[in-house]
Design a protein around this ligand. Sequence first.
Ligand code: PLP
Length: 407
Amino acid sequence: MDYTAQLDAAIDRLHEEGRYRTFIDIERRKGQFPHAVRTRPDGSEQDITVWCGNDYLGMGQHPVVLNAMHEALDATGAGSGGTRNISGTTVYHKQLEAELADLHAKEAALLFTSAYVANDATLSTLPKLFPGLIIYSDALNHASMIEGVRRNGGDKRVFRHNDIAHLRELLAADDPSRPKLIAFESIYSMDGDFGPIKEICDLADEFGALTYLDEVHAVGMYGPRGGGVAERDNLADRIDIINGTLAKAFGVMGGYIAASDKMCDAIRSYAPGFIFTTSLAPTVAAGAAASVKFLKTAQDLREKHQEQAKILKLRLKGMGLPIIDHGTHIVPVIVGNPVHTKKLSDMLLDDHGIYVQPINYPTVPRGTERLRFTPSPVHGSGEIDSLVQAMDRLWSHCALNRAELAG
Ligand code: PLP
């Protein structure tokens, strides 16, 4: 067996499909976000502005977070030294879980090493707890939910994205006596659109289903205390399991679910993805806890975040660029062709020091390839000006279409 040839063939397939990924080598500069230094392939350095990060509020450089991490490092050392069950549960993990349970007004929270793992581990474990479970999953759910649902061996139904009528049809077609769960997101990160939380909760009530909501792109940023869209809309108590990340708005890393005591206890006891892996480093748990706590009262930061997103959308729209605007903080500009998207992204980086990663199929459907900008409170008016001017120039340079401008 020629294993090397098979690896070559696998990589070649990606090249042929235009899906081979290359990483941009960057080092963020603490205290200077969104600025970073890129190391070019030839080893030279370039100052750049990051426009596609998910550190949505700049908490990755916030003194409150950094101080908590320094203190934990000095107090307890680097790693946790074990799984949660075997010597890896510390006061930092307990504090963070208490902050998160409080954030979502739930009885308990359970930490995982990422929100990907939290989704995968939880969704793949639920059929063990509820034999015969049917999971209804939004067609645009994140890969981590798809993977968890796929691996669990139970029945699944995929409903068309945000299509309540289709979800109802699927629910109604199934045996009323079987346990059910509806899995969806509050903000879908590629289009930046909201999930219909209330309508889905109404259907869940009607059909006796549990609800599972991924708030990864909303926690820290929406709701009066950063509890997400469900908190903003007073719907958190209607969600059985909330999933969130500590890696985006909270600026650190890790993931979690928040739910009832019993639900967390059962997942804790049955999910291999929770049980058989080393717990988060105490430094990470300490930084995340400080971030969650800080953001509970940082409404000014949330407002500034939304304001920056509004300004950027308004300015890009003003130039006739085809942006998708669902009223969230995510700003996708549709280019509609993978070659142009890559070219725009390369030129923004090489000629303007603006870093935005191209988003292609299969992350988004073919023909909707895009640049996805993530403005934040640390992007000032100077950075926005530079981006808008560069996009204007490059859009003309590549002879891409613009919308008819009113007036
Ligand atoms: N859920 C959604 C909707 C996401 O977009 C992501 C990551 O981008 C995740 C889960 C995974 O989050 P994490 O980076 O914490 O693994």
